[in-house]
Design a protein around this ligand. Structure first.
Ligand code: IPE
Ligand code: IPE
Ligand code: MG
Length: 240
């Protein structure tokens, strides 16, 4: 079996959870059923990451582009999220998970925003693992948003050309207080970023699998981590 080296765990794993629709089609079901089954994979992955001792897990749950899907699908996704938050809150508290979000949360329906702030408030003291949900998230939107806020702040504080370093800029992204992902996983055999964490993934190790998200299991996650641990991260340097 796969063996994980405890000392070499990725600190932050980010996942593009893709393939719910194709899973449903393959099983002659409605797309929504794929999302429902996908929510079970979320449960499994959150639990496994927590058990392994991963510090940060970011899940791409809804992209800013996904708003263009049929209304009924968008509605189903937000109900599922709301349900997930309500059902998992207790477990999150018990297992020390702190929930945070990135993305344009203001665009989500009020009931979802309420469920989110409730869950975030009640888990804010947790220290076990940060679960970061990317909701209504787009990487380019995030960068443009950062530029706008820097410009706004420059009117009241002295920000000039020399103030703007990479670290300074990172501090204006939605991910301001969390380290960059070490490992990015994308399921369903697609080889693209789809506007996910464009700035933050600069040096992440990329792992692609054909497994559709609803089929993604504990073992699939462990396989991805083992693969990550076999790699040499050079960051532009040389091996020696
Ligand atoms: C991922 O599955 C879930 C979301 C994007 C919300 P998809 O719904 O994109 O599934 P496919 O890509 O159509 O199979
Ligand atoms: C990316 O998947 C977004 C999420 C997983 C939430 P999509 O299915 O929306 O991406 P594309 O359309 O294949 O690029
Ligand atoms: Mg997709």
């Amino acid at each position: 079996m796969h063996r994980i080296i405890k000392e070499k765990l990725p600190r932050h794993i980010a996942i593009i959870m893709d393939g719910n629709g194709r899973w449903a089609k393959k099983n002659l079901l409605k797309r929504v059923m794929g999302h429902e089954k996908g929510a079970d994979s979320v449960r499994t992955v959150v639990k496994t990451c927590r058990e392994l001792g991963i510090q940060y897990l970011t899940l791409f749950a809804f992209s800013v582009e996904n708003w263009q899907r049929p209304k009924s699908e968008v509605r189903a996704l937000s109900s599922l999220l709301e349900e997930y938050l309500r059902l998992e809150l207790q477990e999150m508290k018990e297992t020390g998970i702190k929930l945070i979000t990135i993305g344009d949360i203001g665009r989500l329906p009020k009931t979802v925003r309420d469920a989110l702030s409730d869950a975030m408030g009640k888990t804010s003291e947790s220290r076990g693992m940060v679960l970061n949900l990317a909701l209504s998230y787009g990487g380019r939107d995030e960068i443009v948003d950062a530029v706008k806020r820097i410009l706004r702040d420059s009117k009241s504080t002295d920000i000039d050309e020399n103030t703007i370093t990479k670290d300074f800029f990172s501090g204006y992204l939605h991910t301001a207080n969390i380290p960059d992902p070490d490992l990015l996983i994308r399921t369903s055999g697609e080889y693209r970023l789809s506007n996910f964490l464009l700035w933050q993934l600069a040096y992440a190790e990329l792992y692609f699998t054909d497994v559709l998200w609803p089929d993604f299991s504990r073992d699939d996650l462990i396989k991805a981590i083992v693969d990550y641990q076999r790699r040499e991260r050079r960051f532009g340097l040389i091996s020696e």
